[in-house]
Structure formats: structure tokens, C-alpha cells
Design a protein around this ligand. Structure first.
Ligand code: PHE
Length: 353
């Protein structure tokens, strides 16, 4: 007693199907309510017990065999479909880019990338804060009390708050020193690139400009550490190993002692050469964090000390890339950007060369 069908033939039939629908037709032909297997099952009752047992087993085996073949082939078809879909949707990332439609990286962004890279290699992390700051963070916590002349030094834009308290457009990135010290415990080692605002506008000043702040707080930071950090930074940034520089004593309410750092330059035939010569350009302000500032930020100044620095990104950018007119940086002139900008696909920095 044997079945009229050959399982090898059925498998072939299933495997020849190209679509899920075709597989379904065959599945119904054998396993559907009126399909071959159920019909044969019905006939079992007419057989002797012995035959019933044998044929029943055969039918069950065949049923499982067909079910498996159907499922396997369905999966195969679905995988093929998916593969096809992925193939059609794929983007060829190796295609050469089209210069015409590629934007350029602005020199300010490029400068920020380089600064982050250099300080990143010295294990500084990057912090950020809001452009609209509280009077406390921008001034009071930094040891600039109300009516202090330093407030006038900074041509502040005031922003009226709903509850009558004055907010400001931050005049420097130093308030992020305060934010960081209030939220984290020393050791602290951060830089803060960001936008800053002062009510000042002429050929060398714009009301919005960029600074990068640096802050290090630990138990044993010294002025010598500050100086060596800044010297290393400027040499790396300008890619000049024997850069000529000087530190001058200065005053900031939030650092004590304070200094400013200049680099030497020469100007011949209207071309600026940085790093040598007898003229000096001011690059940054710096100093040891005033203990009063540490206390204002809940850091015990008898245990901790630190240094801070702040520099103007526009000036660094102009000096490095030979940009003579600051206003070009903010003109939104595509021709200018095409000349001074950087290809996003060519972001090579010194460490990669
Ligand atoms: N915040 C100062 C400025 O804007 C720069 C500075 C930062 C000086 C940190 C000392 C320490 O001029």
C-alpha cells in the first residue's frame, strides 16, 4: 500500500516556484482542506487497523515534509526579495563627490575643530553653555559685582527676564567655567568653544564673535603649567615650532595673577607673517583661577587651585588662514567661502599628515 505521489517531485514543484503565491497554490493542492493529504486522511477510516497505522504514518510524514519544504522555500523567496530591495536602495559611497554641490566648512568651524583636536590630545573635554546667561554666571560668580567697572569694559547686551531679573547675552565663555564647577567636582579639565556677544561693531569687532575658554582645576596646578599648556597649544595651532611669544601681566577679576599672551609678527608688503619679528599681537587672556571664584562655585580653595584662559577664535582664524578683513567671516558671501572655506572631505589636521 503506497501513496500515489512522490515526495521528491513535490519538493521540485515547490522549489520551482518564483513567488509566494505560487508556493501557496501548491500548499493548498496538498495541505488545503480539499487537498490531497486531508482527502487521503479521510479515506483512512475504510482501512484495516494495520493498514490504517502504516498509511497514517506515511501521510503524516509526507505532510510534515511538504510543510517544511513550503516554509523553507517561502523564506528563500522572502530573502531574495529583501536582497533585491537592498540592492536597489543602496548608495554607492565610493562615487566621487560633485564639487559643484558640496558646501565648504567655514574657517571659524575649521578653527574650532583644530582647537578641539589639540586640547583633546591633552585630555581636555568639551563643554557648552547657553548664549543667554544669568547675571550671576556671566558676572557675579566671576568676581565682577554690580557696578564693577569690568562690566562696562564688556559692552553688555542685557536681556529682560519675565521676573525682572537681568539676563545677558554672554559677553565671554567664562560663565561656562561657573556652570562646570557648580555641577562637577575637581579634577576639571575643559575647553568651551562658543558664541559670545558685545555691543561693539567696527572693522575689527563684530557684535557676535567666538571664544574658546579653558579651565583646569586640581590640587596642584601652577602658572608654569598654564604657560606650558598655552605655548604648546599655539605652536601646534600655528604649526610653528619656534614661535616667538611673550606673557604680559594683566588684570581680570576672575584670575589672580592674570596675564595676556602675545605672539610676534611681521608685516611686509601687506603680508602678515606670524611667529617672528618685533611687533606683537595679543592672542589671549589667562591666569590662575581667583580663589573667590572657586568659593563662589562651592569648591574649597584651600584644597583646590586651577588655571583658566580665554581666546578669540576670529583672531586665531584670521592669523592662521591669512584673512585680512574680519567682516568677511560674517558676510555670507559664497565666493568668499569658496576661497577661504575647507572641503568637508578634506578635513586633514596636523596629526593626520
Ligand atoms: N573672559 C576673558 C575675556 O573675555 C578672557 C579670560 C578667560 C581671561 C579666562 C582669563 C581667564 O576677555
Amino acid at each position: 500500500m503506497s501513496l500515489s505521489v512522490d515526495s521528491v517531485d513535490i519538493k521540485k514543484k515547490i522549489e520551482n516556484c518564483k513567488t509566494l503565491q505560487e508556493v501557496e497554490v501548491i500548499r493548498l493542492e496538498y495541505l488545503g482542506k480539499k487537498g490531497l493529504i486531508p482527502s487521503e486522511m479521510k479515506l483512512l477510516s475504510q482501512l484495516s487497523i494495520e493498514q490504517k497505522k502504516i498509511k497514517g504514518q506515511q501521510l503524516n510524514k509526507l505532510k510534515t515534509f511538504i510543510e517544511d519544504a513550503v516554509n523553507d522555500h517561502k523564506i528563500l523567496i522572502e530573502n531574495k526579495k529583501l536582497e533585491e530591495k537592498l540592492k536597489n536602495e543602496s548608495v554607492d559611497v565610493t562615487l566621487p563627490h560633485n564639487e559643484e554641490v558640496t558646501g565648504k566648512i567655514h574657517p571659524i568651524s575649521q578653527t574650532i575643530f583644530s582647537i578641539i583636536e589639540i586640547f583633546g590630545n591633552l585630555n581636555y573635554s568639551v563643554e557648552a553653555g547657553p548664549d543667554i546667561e544669568s547675571d550671576f554666571n556671566n558676572f557675579s560668580a566671576l568676581n565682577i559685582p554690580p557696578h564693577h567697572p569690568a562690566r562696562e569694559m564688556q559692552d553688555t547686551f542685557y536681556v529682560n527676564n519675565a521676573n525682572g531679573e537681568d539676563n545677558v547675552l554672554r559677553t565671554h565663555t567664562s560663565p561656562v567655567q561657573v556652570r562646570t564647577m557648580l555641577k562637577s567636582k575637581p579634577p576639571i579639565k575643559i575647553i568651551v568653544p562658543g558664541r559670545t556677544y558685545r555691543s561693539d561693531s567696527d572693522s575689527t569687532h563684530t557684535p557676535m564673535f567666538h571664544q574658546v575658554e579653558g579651565l583646569l582645576v586640581n590640587k596642584d596646578a601652577t602658572m608654569a603649567d598654564l604657560k606650558s599648556t598655552l605655548i604648546l597649544f599655539l605652536k601646534e595651532f600655528f604649526e610653528i615650532d619656534n614661535l616667538k611669544y611673550r606673557f604680559r601681566p594683566s588684570y581680570f577679576p576672575f584670575t589672580e595673577p592674570s596675564a595676556e599672551m602675545d605672539v610676534a609678527y611681521t608685516k611686509k608688503n601687506n603680508v602678515l607673517k606670524i611667529g617672528e619679528g618685533d611687533d606683537w599681537l595679543e592672542i589671549l587672556g589667562c591666569g590662575m583661577v581667583n580663589p573667590k571664584v572657586l568659593e563662589n562655585c562651592n569648591i574649597d580653595s584651600s584644597v583646590y587651585q586651577g588655571f583658566a584662559f580665554g581666546m578669540g577664535i576670529e583672531r586665531l582664524s584670521m592669523l592662521k588662514y591669512g584673512i585680512t578683513d574680519m567682516r568677511g567671516l560674517f558676510d555670507l558671501n559664497l565666493k568668499w567661502l569658496d576661497h577661504y572655506g575647507f572641503s568637508p572631505l578634506d578635513l586633514k589636521t596636523r596629526s593626520e599628515i
